[in-house]
Design a protein around this ligand. Structure first.
Ligand code: BES
Ligand code: MN
Ligand code: ZN
Length: 491
């Protein structure tokens, strides 16, 4: 979607649709007030008569209001002013975006960011409106033609604001591209989105942006590095694993990079510990961590942030096969630590442990892995938050703050030593599962053993990156959290 600013008086704007917001039982503000005045109080009358709703997230389309050039006005309800918050604002923006997409509106002028109630930062209001309206206009078309008469995403959106707000729009474009990339990858079927395909997309991104480079390791190179845990997971599949290393040098010095590591299981059957049939088709989502790391990389490169960033994607497919790894196997990871396999469905931590060991060579300022690691995370936090685990309070807090700012929230779980004993093994340094209790935390504990001495955090996005059932599909999360973290580090 194209973003631009427009300072034309709202009543004179030539646009397919104006989007304004109103609070419940409160005087009209900004554009809503100007439109009401130009139409001799028509808007106020429609509100009074109940024809225009001001409930939170409600939508009313008005046609041909006197004194206003735009033919259509979409009135969004902000709800009660006292309850208003950044999260509620973001939800209104998403609802507006979705309404426009579902009503085949291909261009619009957005005034939602003008609100003054709630004392929110104007830069943030504008950026978030653009990001969320773009997010809501995502449409999957890779393997399916869109329906003719509806579901036409916005092609361009203008926003209330002058040139001094250009920085907010530039930032929005970065976030938006990151989200779109992550969702497009997450939604692709697993016969298309293989480890090799992820590598090809990463190459394309690098060819599109300055200051970027890429290295792709194939099986033979990973064998030389002794990445036996990662390789074991991929062994049952005809689609061979890849380790994708994306580099962005925005700082032009050798200051320590931020390193993001993504779990890229392009399909998770569970392997020999086969998953049940129902919902297995959704296990293509299991590269959501990788997709969001790639999306955040693209966002960072698009904004040309003054930081050094490295993204490592551990891509493999977990399949049962005559050559597949099995329960009972003991693997020697790249770190030298041995792992007894209890369940081949706990494969994410195995590809990640080698990718994390590999990442040590970059001497990261912060090492953050992102993964759809545990079903237990979906049980604990649902779709509303990613789980954040870290032994470094400052890093955990930076990530939580970034999530709040981007309305892509995370919530911390503890990594106390108390949980470590659940990983004890008779035949190896550890087993790959920690039992029923605290499944997300014991997965985090497993990873912590491969990041000793690193400033490391683990983000479990199993609930946040995908909408399960019903209106299923990728959300692109936690691209927003990661990108905001990078923006904050650049500041
Ligand atoms: N990718 C899954 C996690 C997952 C499963 C997330 C279902 C969301 C919904 C991961 O590889 C996995 O299968 N984890 C197992 C671990 C268990 C065997 C210790 C799980 O969570 O059941
Ligand atoms: Mn699994
Ligand atoms: Zn998995």
């Amino acid at each position: 979607m194209k973003f631009a600013l427009d300072t034309t008086p709202v009543t004179e704007l030539q646009t397919a649709c104006l989007v304004i917001g109103i609070f419940e039982q409160a005087p009209l503000e900004g554009s809503a007030k100007l439109i009401d005045e130009a139409s001799n109080g028509a808007l106020q009358e429609l509100i009074q008569s109940g024809d225009v709703d001001s409930d939170w997230k409600s939508t009313t389309m008005l046609h041909g209001l006197d004194g206003v050039c735009a033919k259509r006005i979409l009135v969004m309800g902000f709800g009660e002013a006292e309850k208003f918050s950044p999260v509620r604002y973001d939800e209104v923006c998403k609802s507006a975006g979705k309404y426009l997409r579902d009503h085949a509106t291909t261009s619009a002028h957005i005034c939602l960011n003008e609100i003054v109630s709630g004392n929110m930062d104007p830069h943030w209001l504008l950026r978030q409106a653009a990001v969320s309206i773009d997010w809501a206009n995502y449409l999957y078309t890779a393997t399916k033609a869109p329906k003719k008469d509806d579901n036409q995403p916005l092609i361009s959106a203008t926003f209330a604001g002058g040139n001094d707000r250009q920085a907010a729009l530039d930032e929005a474009r970065g976030f938006a591209r990151g989200y779109q990339r992550s969702r497009a990858l997450g939604d692709l079927p697993p016969n298309i989105c293989t480890p090799a395909y992820l590598a090809e997309i990463a190459k394309e991104i690098v060819s599109d942006y300055e200051n970027t480079s890429i290295e792709i390791l194939e099986q033979e190179e990973m064998e030389v590095l002794k990445m036996s845990a990662l390789l074991a997971v991929g062994r049952g599949s005809a689609n061979k694993p890849r380790l994708i290393i994306l580099k962005y040098d925005g700082k032009k010095d050798d200051s320590q990079p931020i390193v993001l590591v993504g779990k890229g299981i392009t399909f998770d059957t569970g392997g020999i510990s086969l998953k049940p049939g129902p919902n297995m088709e959704q296990m293509k989502f299991d590269m959501g961590g990788a997709a969001s790391v790639i999306g955040a990389f693209e966002a960072c490169a698009d904004m040309q942030l003054p930081i050094n960033l490295i993204c490592v994607v551990a891509a493999a497919e977990n399949m049962p096969d005559g050559n597949a790894y099995r329960p009972g196997d003991v693997l020697t990871s790249m770190s030298g630590k041995t792992i007894e396999i209890f369940n081949t469905d706990a494969e994410g931590r195995l590809v990640l442990c080698d990718a994390l060991t590999y990442s040590e060579r970059f001497k990261p300022a912060a090492l953050i892995n992102v993964a759809t690691l545990t079903g237990a995370c979906v049980i604990a936090l649902g779709q509303h938050a990613s789980a954040i685990m870290s032994l470094h309070d400052d890093l955990a807090e930076e990530l939580i703050k970034a999530g709040q700012e981007a309305i892509d929230r995370g919530w911390r779980l503890p990594l106390w030593e108390d949980y470590q004993s659940q990983l004890k093994s008779t035949f190896a340094d550890m087993k790959n599962v920690g039992g029923m209790a605290a499944g997300s935390i014991t997965a985090g504990c497993f990873l912590s053993r491969f990041t000793k001495g690193q400033r490391w955090a683990h983000i479990d996005c199993a609930g946040s990156t995908w909408v399960w059932g019903g209106d299923k599909g990728s959300t692109g999360r936690p691209v927003g959290l990661l990108t905001q973290y990078l923006v904050n580090q650049a500041a």
